[in-house]
Write a protein that binds this ligand. Sequence first.
Ligand SMILES: [Zn+2]
Length: 104
Amino acid sequence: MKTKVCESCGYVGKPIPDEYSSFTVDAMIWLAWGAIAIITGIFPLILVAPIFSLIHIAKFRTMKCPKCENLEMVSLHSHAGEEIMEDHHSGTPHHWSDNDPVPH
Ligand SMILES: [Zn+2]
């Protein structure tokens, strides 16, 4: 697994799988489609749920930041990742604290 950077808090590391919320989302989709199929009497509709579930798993492999649980983690070496690194991990911290006048 590649190292990723969190868009929200700037955490750098490996995202953790978000299996719980992934399961919750899928369960809700299954329940919703099950209810629609029963209400409408169109039982083939129930087949949409597993198809959607497969697409969901394949497309949105839910990985989240272990620090803030944000789902948006981008590759460290992508353009977006580098920008986040600059924002959150600036190489020149505290340069403002000594010389800048306090605005009062
Ligand atoms: Zn985060």
